[in-house]
Every structure is written in C-alpha cells, then in structure tokens.
Write a protein of this length. Structure first.
Length: 87
C-alpha cells in the first residue's frame, strides 16, 4: 500500500455550496442566487472574510458543478492508489 506522499502532492480544502431542490422556478432561483452574490460582493462581507483570514471565491452553478466533478475524480484516484477504494 502506498503512502499519500507516494501517490500525489495532495492539497485539500473545504468548500460550501448552496443547492436548491429540482423544480424551483427560474425566477426564484435567480432571486436567491442573486441575493447570495450581492451579499458575497458586499463590502461588509468582504471585510469580514479578510478579518477572519478566509480566502473565499464565488462560483456560479456551472463552475461549482465543475469543481465537484473535478474533486470527485481527484479524490477517487487518490483513494484508489492508497488502496482505500475499489478500482
């Protein structure tokens, strides 16, 4: 069995996302995600994240879906190489 260091130079991070159930009307989705973006971009929120030493990025639905897909593939690969998941 390989050690993590033998498999890859791995760096993991925490992420959070907002998900809505299927069937939410487009108008409501637009309002909800628009409010999230407005809050994220606000000076008050940006000041808070800077003071808390948080490095945050905003991603729309498509960008976040790509992140999840990429992370799933990377984690699966590392877990398989470590012998912790089936190939």
């Amino acid at each position: 069995m390989k050690t993590p260091e033998e498999v890859a130079n791995v760096e993991y991070y925490a992420w959070r996302g907002l998900a809505l159930p299927k069937g939410v009307p487009a108008e409501n989705r637009t309002k909800i995600f628009g409010a999230c973006r407005k809050t994220f971009d606000s000076k008050e929120f940006q000041d808070f994240t800077a003071q808390a030493s948080l490095r945050l990025t905003y991603q729309d639905s498509a960008e976040f879906a790509r992140l999840l897909d990429r992370d799933f593939k990377e984690v699966t690969n590392v877990m398989q190489q470590l012998g912790l998941a089936k190939k």
